[in-house]
Write a protein that binds this ligand. Structure first.
Ligand code: ADP
Ligand code: MG
Length: 690
């Protein structure tokens, strides 16, 4: 018998060498093997008489081997040819590069052959798989719906199928966590049946329910781990109630130059309700680019400060931290609150002053980058933390963050996403957080009009910019690279900035070049000149990608847009149209784009809503790639697709809580992890982190 968690090398027929090869397919345990799902199937249930074979299709025939001969070809290539016979006729079969098959094909024996039928002098089979017709080992590779797998060097499909069969035959049935009621409601098979049917279905109709069952396992494993971390944290930690800060926060909101949108007001209501309790808040604020997440984070920070505690606002880049500081300078004055900005670029003396101010509590609000997380930075009474652009942190990191070390005091945590992700994904991967959705933009915002121009001549771009300058607008021009590259045939920011400066009309509008290699202080000053309107053209790279808020910018031109992902493009586009003035996004493309790139850019031009764009992105790239990017830090699923399996995602929310209740009851105050490891296979992957 074998268990799902057993190392793969001990499975019959594997051993250390093959285990090493399997590792290249991410197969390390029996569970990994069974979750190495077929990429497709060959339907080989019916055998076709030789006389009725048609070229261009896959077929199975049952035939006797009349003769076998090696074929000598050019360059020592050794092919093998056989003549097959059944009662209706004769057929040639050829195997390329597989002379060793000669010893396994016995003249006079009957086999089932499966493969593609080609037309040469009459139909013939190329590289057919075969199996003796009589045996019962049989019907593993041919004469049924046979699975096809992603392979790697030294692993053949036949061998892999046989290992999957061995694993299925020896599998000790894992404990069933789904009640009959849940299984009936979701129309799902039992787990061992699901494994059997996804690899060796007896009909095509069995495949999807089997996949959904395995998908639920995956989603559940992650949910249970996330929700356990959340429960633990809630039990072990207390955060201060921020009720005393309510009045200060009200003044802050009242002092804003705009009323909150209905969506902002709703989200703020939920945030405040969390902050007023002693259970530490764990909330995700999901909103499209420009939906106004920052003021909500600040309102919460103000509530903390007003209650006599402290708050920290964490940004992913220095530029963004500086911008949050600028916003704070504008808005916090009215509330009479001070703040400090700490980034990697902060000079040592200022650093010391800030550290002291944070430690004494004299500075109530800290704004900064990861520099704020360094052990040397301490707070007198940190009660609230907002993390902007949280998608850069992984799930595991978040679980350990939520556990909050060994202190029993904790902070309220608000996480802001910059890149909208579909709600079903948010529910899946942020299952440890409550969700607030900003599904509305401040009033008066016009959708950013997106078009494309042919950028073969730089004059086209210059013309576009001159036109924008005449209208009194200001523009970002974005490049994938900073400087000319010897290996990439791409336009770059530095060269173009130089060329544009030679154009008197543009030079008089003022041109700044900003990129990641520019010293922080120069970068800050350049952005400030752009923000104030002193300079109206900013030639740049993706350093401006996330969050940069310059409300007066009207145009973003993106060179080589095919070099950017859809989410990135949407972020770039989000740099304009942030006030009442209409914004334009112009893709500067070149001829010769591939089909996939053209499709992607077409989708980008026609879809302006970030959530819908994320869904399209998923459809184009597939969940594997969308999630596989380390950028998101999401674990990748093999069977689950949260968008397609939305009902399972929702069921898993309730189910994971039910399971944890049961686990806690049955482990009788003991270690619920042990219970989970036996009852929710796969969850240990996530639990192991701390
Ligand atoms: P994001 O959600 O992308 O982080 P920001 O928080 O940077 O967006 O807000 C975008 C811009 O909209 C900022 O200039 C901000 O001051 C402004 N803003 C935020 N809320 C409102 C509102 N309710 N009405 C008008 N403008 C708003
Ligand atoms: Mg933002």
């Amino acid at each position: 018998m074998t268990a799902l968690s057993d190392p793969i090398r001990y499975l019959e027929g594997v051993g250390p060498e093959m285990a090493r090869r399997l590792a290249r397919l991410e197969i390390r345990t029996v569970r990994d093997l069974l979750l190495h799902l077929p990429v497709g199937y060959r339907d080989r249930r019916e055998t076709t008489p030789i006389a009725r074979l048609k070229p261009g299709v896959e077929a199975s025939i049952e035939a006797t081997v009349a003769s076998v001969r090696p074929l000598r070809r050019v360059r020592g290539r050794k092919d093998l040819e056989a003549t097959l016979r059944d009662p209706t006729g004769m057929l040639r079969a050829v195997w390329f590069h597989q002379p060793y098959l000669a010893s396994t094909l016995q003249v006079g024996q009957r086999y089932v052959f499966s493969g593609a039928v080609h037309a040469f002098r009459g139909p013939e089979l190329h590289n057919p798989e075969f199996e003796p017709a009589e045996t019962e080992e049989a019907h593993l590779h041919v004469g049924r719906i046979a699975p096809r797998y992603a392979l790697t060097e030294g692993i053949t499909e036949r061998w892999l199928r046989a290992r999957v069969r061995a694993a299925l035959d020896r599998l000790r049935p894992p404990p069933e966590v789904l009640s009959d009621a849940w299984r009936a409601r979701l129309v799902l098979p039992l787990l061992p049946d699901a494994f059997e049917r996804i690899h060796f279905p007896s009909s095509v109709a069995e495949v999807d329910p089997a996949r959904r069952r395995l998908a639920l396992e995956e989603i559940l494993a992650l949910q249970v781990a996330l929700k356990l971390a959340r429960r633990r944290h809630r039990r072990a930690h207390r955060a201060p109630s921020l009720i005393p800060g309510a009045e200060t926060a009200r003044r802050f909101i009242g002092g804003l130059p705009f009323p909150l949108t209905a969506a902002q007001a709703r989200a703020l209501g939920a945030i405040e309700a969390d902050l007023d309790r002693e259970v530490p808040m764990r909330r995700l604020l999901l909103g499209d680019v420009g939906s106004g997440k920052t003021v909500l984070a600040m309102a919460a920070a103000v509530r903390a400060a007003g209650a006599g505690h402290q708050a920290a606002l964490l940004a992913p880049t220095m530029i963004l931290a500086e911008q949050h500081a600028a916003t704070a300078a504008r808005h916090l004055e009215a509330a009479g609150l001070g703040f400090g900005l700490l980034t990697a670029g902060t000079p040592e003396r200022e650093r010391r002053r800030l550290r002291e101010g944070f430690a004494s509590g004299e500075i109530p609000i800290a704004i900064g980058t990861h520099a704020l997380l360094e052990p040397s930075v301490a707070f007198r009474s940190l009660a609230f933390v907002a993390v902007d652009e949280q998608h850069r942190f992984g799930v595991r990191q978040r679980i350990s963050l939520a556990r909050g070390g060994d202190q029993d005091r904790s902070t309220h945590l608000l996480v802001l996403t910059a890149t909208p992700i579909p709600r079903s994904y948010a529910m899946t991967f942020y299952g440890d957080l409550d969700l607030s959705l900003l599904d509305e933009k401040p009033p008066g915002r016009l959708p950013v009009e997106t078009t494309s121009i042919d950028g073969a001549r730089r004059e086209v771009l210059a013309g576009l910019l001159r036109e924008e300058m005449e209208r009194g607008g200001s523009a970002f021009v974005v490049y994938p690279i900073i400087e000319e590259s010897e290996t990439l045939d791409l336009e770059d920011a530095t060269t173009t900035a130089g060329a544009l400066r030679d154009d008197p009309a543009l030079a008089s509008a003022g041109i700044e070049l900003v990129h990641g290699r520019l010293p922080a202080e120069e970068r800050r000053r350049a952005l400030e000149r752009f923000r104030s309107g002193e300079v109206r053209i900013l030639v740049t790279t993706t350093v401006v990608e996330v969050g940069l808020d310059i409300p007066d910018a009207t145009l973003v031109a993106i060179e080589h847009p095919e070099r950017f992902g859809l989410a990135q493009l949407h972020q770039l586009r989000g740099r304009v149209g942030r006030a009442e003035r209409a914004g334009r996004c112009v893709l500067v493309t070149r001829r010769g784009l591939g089909e996939a790139a053209r499709r992607r850019l077409a989708v980008f031009q026609s879809v302006s809503d970030g959530f819908r764009l994320a869904e399209e992105d998923l459809k184009l790239r597939g969940p594997g790639e969308f999630l596989g990017t380390s950028q998101h830090g999401f674990p990748s699923f093999r069977a689950a697709d949260p968008m397609r399996d939305q009902d399972l995602v929702e069921a898993a929310q309730a189910l994971s809580e039910e399971l944890l209740d049961r686990g806690e009851a049955e482990s009788g105050g003991g270690r619920v992890e042990a219970w989970i490891e036996t009852h929710v296979p796969g969850a240990e992957r996530y639990l192991a982190s701390g």
